[in-house]
Design a protein around this ligand. Structure first.
Ligand code: C2E
Ligand code: CA
Ligand code: CA
Ligand code: CA
Length: 282
């Protein structure tokens, strides 16, 4: 608020006005950004904990803003979700991730890369014809369905379960796999999730942070890993930053991990070299 003479109410109104204008501007900017192809992808490796061999990559969106420079999702994903722009952004991410991945598979036949993981927002998933979008994106890129892992959140599967279940089944029929992202931050239970066609559980970083310093946290993660395996869910531990965490998770039988300890999100040009430091599967 500006102007010293203004009373509280006027200041409040003017703040509201500013906030509204900012939201409007943001919304316009996001739609322009889609049109002008200002979004770019980085890819973060997902590795086998036992030998750190790369098995997949997660596509992470960034906004190459003409004035503000490279912006991470923190700066715009929430606004994109609110305004609905996330649907267009998400579908672009899906197509671009598959195009890039199919290119890697053709140019590097011996790569250990098996899949690309793509984040799907609630709004994007709930938009009409999401499974069709996936089918189209696969066809356009020539990527095989098993190369795609879709990351959805717990909050999605908890609401309107019947519709979500039908869409998940349609996706499974296409042949793509589903991961629950940030597992543990929501309110779903493993037994509930097991009724859904889900293949992978990504254990949120907040669970991993303390496993070396808290016996309780260690026991909790250990139990989740064991139970997940009994339910035929693969587990990816997120946010591994230290060698000790890798070792502890490996000892629990957790097979996959992701985090700065292995690699930060990479520009596409750096992915193939990273994935070729290892012998391909026999
Ligand atoms: P997420 O899906 O949980 O992705 C992992 C985030 O954690 C990424 O942040 C990644 O850079 C960061 N990260 C990975 N390893 C470590 C680590 O060891 N330590 C720490 N401190 N951080 C680590 P990023 O790229 O900033 O993405 C943030 C969030 O934005 C993502 O969280 C995801 O929810 C969302 N997001 C990113 N790309 C997309 C997208 O294409 N569509 C949608 N709907 N959301 C996206
Ligand atoms: Ca994710
Ligand atoms: Ca996550
Ligand atoms: Ca997270």
């Amino acid at each position: 608020a500006k102007g010293n003479g203004k009373g509280g109410w006027q200041r409040y109104q003017s703040d509201l006005h500013t906030a509204m204008m900012q939201r409007l501007e943001m919304r316009t900017a996001l739609y322009e950004a889609i049109e002008q192809e200002q979004f770019v992808l980085q890819f973060q490796p997902i590795v086998e904990l036992i030998d750190q061999k790369i098995t997949g990559v997660e596509a992470l969106v960034r906004w190459q803003h003409p004035v503000r420079g490279l912006l991470g999702p923190y700066h715009f994903v929430e606004a994109a979700e609110e305004s609905g722009a996330i649907v267009g952004i998400g579908n672009w991410v899906l197509r671009e991730a598959l195009r890039q991945f199919a290119q890697w598979k053709t140019e590097h036949l011996d790569t250990t890369l098996r899949y690309v993981s793509v984040n799907v927002s609630v709004r994007q998933f709930r938009a009409a014809g999401f499974a069709d979008q996936v089918r189209d994106a696969l066809a356009a890129s020539g990527a095989r369905p098993e190369w795609l892992l879709l990351e959805i959140t717990e909050s999605l599967v908890l609401k309107d379960a019947d519709r979500v279940l039908a869409e998940l089944k349609a996706l499974r029929e296409i042949g793509v796999r589903i991961a629950i992202d940030d597992f543990g931050t929501g309110y779903s239970s493993l037994s509930y999730l097991r009724q859904m066609p889900v293949d992978v559980l990504k254990l949120d970083k907040s669970f991993i942070d303390d496993i070396l310093h808290s016996r309780q946290q260690h026991a909790l993660v250990d139990a989740i890993v064991t139970l997940s395996h009994n339910l035929d869910l693969a587990v990816v531990a997120e946010g591994i930053e230290e060698a000790g965490q890798r070792a502890a998770l490996d000892a629990m039988g957790c097979r996959y991990g992701q985090g700065y300890h292995f690699a930060k999100p990479l520009w596409p040009g750096d992915v193939p070299a990273m994935a070729e430091q290892y012998e391909p599967y026999p």
